[in-house]
Design a protein around this ligand. Structure first.
Ligand code: SF4
Length: 70
């Protein structure tokens, strides 16, 4: 049984496109200074997985990495 999904951001990849925020604004925000992604909560319960996966998929530089917690 898995314990949810963990969000991490690949260092140096985000270009501040904001697509992820549009898909899941309760998980992703953008830094006021440089518009780079800020993860608001890094643990994703199963019911939010599809939405967060969509956010990862629309990132143009594949900066959002999802991993399953064991
Ligand atoms: S993580 Fe990807 S989608 Fe989100 S702001 Fe950065 S570049 Fe845009």
């Amino acid at each position: 049984m898995t314990n949810g999904t963990h969000i991490s951001i690949a260092p140096g990849k985000c270009i501040g496109a904001g697509n992820c925020v549009e898909q899941a604004e309760d998980y992703f925000d953008q830094n006021d200074d440089d518009a780079l992604v800020v993860v608001l909560q890094s643990t994703v319960p199963a019911e939010d997985r599809a939405r967060v996966e969509r956010a990862a998929n629309v990132c143009p530089v594949a900066a959002i990495i999802l991993s399953d917690n064991a």
